[in-house]
Design a protein around this ligand. Structure first.
Ligand code: SF4
Ligand code: SF4
Length: 386
């Protein structure tokens, strides 16, 4: 049976983080189960873009520092790696993200090595869901002896939630990510890509930074929520199953996890997961704000209202008052639907992947329901949900 450890942790104070993470790993069998002195260990962080650690948009840099210290203590060589989303000047902003997040400074101070996945070469792997499709994943994933996935606990405006399962998307280097968004615009189909990455590369452990989480319109434009949790597991789907139950959600509410469940990526039934650490049952995160697009699978009896809302789905719209004309959204849009001058979106072309909303570091892409009927339906839907 899959095990998930939940540790309560209320700050990014280094000694507290080290002791909580070490204690969690002890419960799973100890570091000796995974590591040997001299091993190269890759920390696959969540570095979606050039966001500060305090925004809750990325794995907090002090969380990464704690892991580097622990692993060095075990005699390992530590790498910190990822590839950011979006594009600026025809390139992913990965190098800048390593600076803004604080990882570069931490690597320097703690003696770790930065692995910019856009520059480290790739390894070709088979896409299990599509025999015609080849995937190219960052080479450090295959050069390392052990890969630890270090996701952030966040909502996602399109995918509803993002955690251990989805965090591996950054293993696809650079602008190639846009190709997958175009190829698989719906979250269910996108889930196939995500599961293919998990099958193509080996992730030995998943350690989630949920000390602060992101609520509302994540993964970058949401608000910080003090969740005080660290989740650890060898099974990414089991870890995410526990995390979404903390938010009162089920697998059926999160399309990528539904796909992961269908493809048997791991355990998705709460009753089959052994909970360890500080809780015997899943704790609830009270008053946690879910994204606007969330529709509870338990409330599907309000089908008519959902149909009206979905028909006029909330669409991305650039807020010119907040926009700084950086053009990240323009360059990142996989179908080139955003006008470079006016920032108007051509909704005939738009595939609603929400990359513009996700990658705008200035929170200038709003999700708007322009149609009156949709707004009225949303009002009644929210009313009956209470
Ligand atoms: S909407 Fe955001 S990403 Fe797009 S140009 Fe404006 S600031 Fe840049
Ligand atoms: S406009 Fe935004 S949501 Fe639409 S396809 Fe482009 S990036 Fe995706």
């Amino acid at each position: 049976m899959a095990k998930v450890v939940i540790k309560e942790c209320n700050s990014y104070e280094l000694n507290q983080l080290i002791s909580k993470i070490n204690n969690g790993i002890e419960i799973l069998g100890g570091w000796n189960k995974y590591l040997r002195p001299g091993f190269k260990v890759l920390l696959k962080v969540n570095m979606i873009g050039p966001k500060s650690s305090d925004s809750a948009g990325v794995t907090h840099c002090e969380f990464v520092r704690a892991l580097v210290r622990i692993l060095k203590e075990q005699g390992c060589i530590v790498w910190i790696g990822d590839s950011s989303g979006g594009a600026i000047g025809g390139m992913a902003p990965t190098a800048r993200s390593f600076k803004v997040t604080g990882y570069e400074k931490i690597a320097l101070e703690e003696g770790a090595v930065i692995k910019n996945f856009d520059k480290e070469g790739v390894v070709e792997v088979k896409a299990e869901s599509n025999s015609q499709e080849k995937m190219y994943l960052a080479k450090p994933l295959f050069d390392a002896d052990v890969v630890i996935n270090v996701p952030k606990f966040k909502t996602h405006s399109a995918a509803i939630y993002t955690g251990a399962v989805k965090n591996v998307f950054g293993c696809v280097p650079g602008l190639r990510k846009a190709k997958y968004h175009k190829m698989a615009p719906s979250p269910e189909d996108f889930g196939q890509v995500i599961v293919d990455i998990h099958r193509g590369a080996k992730f030995h452990l998943h350690i989630m930074d949920g000390v602060t989480a992101m609520q509302g319109e994540g993964p970058t434009a949401g608000e910080v929520y003090q969740a005080n949790k660290i989740l650890i597991s060898e099974d990414p789907l089991a870890l995410d199953t526990v995390a979404i139950h903390m938010l009162g959600m089920e697998i059926a509410d999160v399309p990528i996890l539904k796909t992961a469940q269908k493809r048997k990526l791991g355990e998705s039934k709460l009753e089959n997961i052994i909970l360890k650490g500080d809780y015997e049952s899943v704790p609830r995160l009270e008053k946690f704000k879910l994204p606007k697009r969330f529709r509870s699978s338990k409330k599907r009896n309000h089908k008519f209202l959902i149909k009206v809302i979905d028909f006029f789905q909330a669409r991305p719209k650039v807020n010119r008052n907040k926009c700084r004309n950086c053009n990240v959204c323009v360059e990142s849009c996989p179908v080139k639907a955003i006008n470079i001058e006016t920032k108007e979106i051509d909704y005939q072309k738009c595939i609603e992947c929400m990359c513009c909303h996700e990658l705008c570091m200035h929170k200038a892409v709003d999700l708007k329901n322009d149609k009156i009927l949709a707004r009225v339906a949303t009002f009644f839907y929210n009313l009956v949900q209470r």
